[in-house]
Design a protein around this ligand. Structure first.
Ligand SMILES: Cc1ncc(COP(=O)(O)O)c(C=O)c1O
Length: 440
């Protein structure tokens, strides 16, 4: 008999679960539970794992740093790994100048928001306090992050306490309103965005995920969408905050997604894959213009009132540095681009499955949208949670899946081999087939 868990698990109806498989160890792309089951990690441990589990170089970097300095505050002090990492992050991020470290993606986004809002105050522009975002975006589960990534079914219960933002539409090729072609709809959305933000001198910042909305169901932006938003922001003197927590570091086939998108953020946030998925660390980077506005005499109170106990943790920074070294040494970005072509091989087969409405992919990221009716595009809506159904069936097929709403997410560790990616996709296909009788 499995023990009842004393842990309150994230985003989980605990009545439905009660017991959980205990992952006792993991190697490469595989998770092993204490009962001897083996599963392919198709979600890269919440989209963070880069090299697979138990990578010797990353472990060595952690051990080496642990023996020297485990943690020391960034308040009044600094440490060598955090300093070196900040330099390297600035080097890989065009136009960025300074790095503020935190320990999770939600915090990195809170920091981005505080910096943007205070930037205008530091300049004496008190009226610039509005935030604009895109519908369906996600930026984390803390209050500021919930405000800018407002999804009614997740965060509706806190609506009163959230600050108000304006959400503008995103063109999604699978769900175009009646009467539009996709091309027209893109114009419509951009036009709406431009009209809303032009001539409103109270807007402080535009916040969006860079490249795609991942938690929102792998909604990949059409070409030039982000580039045009960036240009509109620039023209109207509005700061652009890009969230690369899920999409940067190669997930979508580029080290830095904003360069591929030809966009120019003022602030950008990284997380998840920064440490290779081994320790918890996130970073908020800003350009020189923003940073300089925070400089002044102490009594002017222009500095940033923000700090976390574990900001700039040296062990997390050391493993991040080793992770970055491995990216270069193994030419990982090129490998991701090549391996991503594997998804094409299976595209038609997946799309033809009875309960699949749409398949979207880029880099090492695939979203498979499940529908009851291909024509009407109605999302599947079984009584039991879709996630639970897919987790249990996936486990039987030797694959660890975590769905998001009606989307099956394939987000493997970035360095997965072609052979293992084949196995992963085939097991996902088998699981979708097995799920049919449970979800229709
Ligand atoms: C785009 C994006 N931003 C922010 C976050 C929040 O990161 P964390 O879970 O580390 O707080 C996530 C998490 O999935 C994310 O996908």
């Amino acid at each position: 008999m499995k023990e009842k868990s004393s842990v309150w698990h994230p985003n989980t109806q605990m009545k439905e679960w009660e017991t959980f498989d205990k992952i006792s160890h993991a190697k490469g792309m595989w998770l092993f539970d204490s009962q001897g089951n083996k599963m392919l990690d198709a979600v890269a441990s919440m989209w963070s794992n880069v090299w697979g589990h138990s990578n010797p170089q990353l472990i060595k970097a952690i051990i080496k740093q642990s023996k020297k300095l485990q943690h020391s505050s960034m308040f009044n002090l600094t440490n060598p790994p955090a300093e070196k990492l900040a330099k390297q992050l600035v080097e890989i991020s065009p136009k960025m100048h300074k790095v503020f470290f935190s320990d999770n993606g939600s915090s990195a986004m809170e920091i981005a928001l505080k910096i943007a809002l205070q930037y205008w105050l530091n300049l004496g522009e008190k009226q610039k306090s509005k935030i604009i975002t895109l519908e369906n975006g996600y930026h984390g589960d803390t209050f500021g992050a919930m405000s800018v990534g407002y999804v009614p079914q997740f965060f509706g219960k806190f609506k009163k306490q959230l600050f108000s933002v304006t959400q503008l539409p995103v063109p999604i090729s699978y769900r175009i309103p009646k009467g539009f072609t996709f091309h027209d709809y893109q114009h419509y959305c951009l036009d709406k965005i431009e009209k809303r933000i032009s001539n409103d001198n109270k807007i402080a910042a535009f916040v969006m995920e860079s490249g795609a909305q991942v938690a929102g169901g792998v909604r990949i932006y059409p070409k030039d969408f982000q580039k045009k938003i960036s240009a509109i922001c620039r023209k109207n003197d509005i700061l652009l905050i890009l969230d690369e927590i899920a999409t940067g570091f190669g997930r979508m086939g580029s080290m830095v997604q904003y360069t591929e998108q030809k966009s120019f953020p003022d602030i950008v946030a990284y997380g998840k894959m920064l440490t290779g998925g081994y320790l918890t660390m996130a970073a908020t980077l800003t350009n020189k213009k923003i940073y300089n506005s925070f400089l002044g005499d102490y009594n002017e109170s222009k500095h940033l009132f923000h700090g976390h106990t574990y900001t700039g943790n040296p062990i997390a920074a050391a493993v991040s540095l080793e992770n970055l070294k491995l990216y270069k040494k193994n030419n990982l970005i090129k490998k991701i681009q090549k391996n991503s072509r594997n998804f094409i091989k299976y595209y038609d087969e997946i799309l033809n499955l009875e309960i699949v409405g749409d398949v979207r992919y880029k880099g090492m990221l695939m979203g498979i949208e499940l529908v009851n009716d291909k024509k009407k595009k109605t999302p599947i809506n079984p009584k039991k949670s879709i996630n639970k159904i897919f987790f249990e069936l996936g486990k039987k097929n030797g694959i660890y899946l975590r769905t998001l709403g009606n989307i099956v997410m394939l987000v493997p560790p970035l360095a997965i081999s072609e052979k293992e990616l084949d196995i992963l996709i085939m097991r996902a296909i088998k699981t979708i087939k097995d799920a049919k009788i449970h979800v229709l």
